[in-house]
Design a protein around this ligand. Structure first.
Ligand SMILES: [Zn+2]
Length: 254
């Protein structure tokens, strides 16, 4: 019996805003057979997700942190679940602490995300069908996390997603040799503003090298920070393949 592939599809990779039509913010679909997890659900991503998978068939959504470009399409997703089918549907949600309360305040409706039940994030490991989700805290805003998704049996490589992260070494907690590292590089080749807590392309490449990743995918690069130059610089530091996350990019992780 052939093993099923663990795949990553980039639904959206823009940071807080984009001027590019058809460029949603952070959203990554990870699939293994019938099981799927979505990591983040930034602006514009729910509509784009339909190109790859019927959203109510997703086993769980995990949200890396509280910044809206990583989750604001939860409003649209909740409406889809409530009104978009003959009967309301549910999808499991693993949100950072405080997120549910923020939606209740924003929408003026108690338990607005009730069709998306699930536990708040914590630094632990969760089994979601055939997929395993490992969660680790990272330096960024309050309640910020990185994720590793792998097959539950864990004999094969996985995907590590940085979320937003201001200290690259935080990712070494999750990263294993042979993994695909999907890493933010907001600053590209520019000098960081330290209090913004984002990485450069060189930071991302350094952690891919140190953690012996099989492949580095740069994402969340500011459009004014020249993603292609960022990719080139990362390739000088990390000897494996370096790709830019673009909507529609699909990779086999393992
Ligand atoms: Zn952020």
């Amino acid at each position: 019996v052939p093993e099923q592939a663990l795949t990553l599809t980039v639904v959206g990779s823009a940071p807080a805003w984009s001027r590019r039509p058809g460029h949603p913010s952070s959203c990554y679909l990870v699939e293994l057979g019938d099981d799927a997890i979505v990591l983040d659900l930034g602006q514009g991503s729910l509509g784009a997700l339909h190109a790859y998978r019927e959203p109510s068939t997703i086993r769980a959504i995990a949200i890396s942190h509280l910044h809206p470009d990583h989750h604001v399409d939860l409003v649209a997703f909740r409406h889809l679940l409530r009104y978009g089918y003959p009967e309301p549907r549910t999808v499991e949600l693993h949100p950072p602490g405080e997120l549910r309360a923020r939606y209740d305040a924003f929408l003026g409706e108690p338990d607005f995300l009730e069709l998306m039940p699930g536990p708040d994030l914590a630094p632990d490991t969760r089994h979601l069908g055939a997929l395993r989700l490992q969660i680790s805290a990272v330096t960024h805003a309050a309640n910020s996390h990185a994720f590793r998704v792998s097959e539950t049996g864990d004999s094969r490589a996985g995907l590590v997603y940085s979320g937003d992260c201001g200290r690259a070494s935080d990712l070494l907690t999750l990263l294993r040799p042979g993994d695909t590292l999907l890493c933010e590089a907001y600053w590209g080749v520019h000098t960081p503003v330290p209090e913004a807590e984002h990485l450069t392309a060189a930071d991302a490449a350094g952690v891919a090298r140190d953690g012996r990743a099989a492949r580095l995918v740069l994402t969340h690069v500011g459009e004014h920070h020249d993603p292609e130059t960022a990719r080139s610089q990362a390739a000088e530091i990390f000897s494996g393949p370096v790709l830019l996350a673009e909507p529609g990019l699909r990779l086999t992780v393992a």
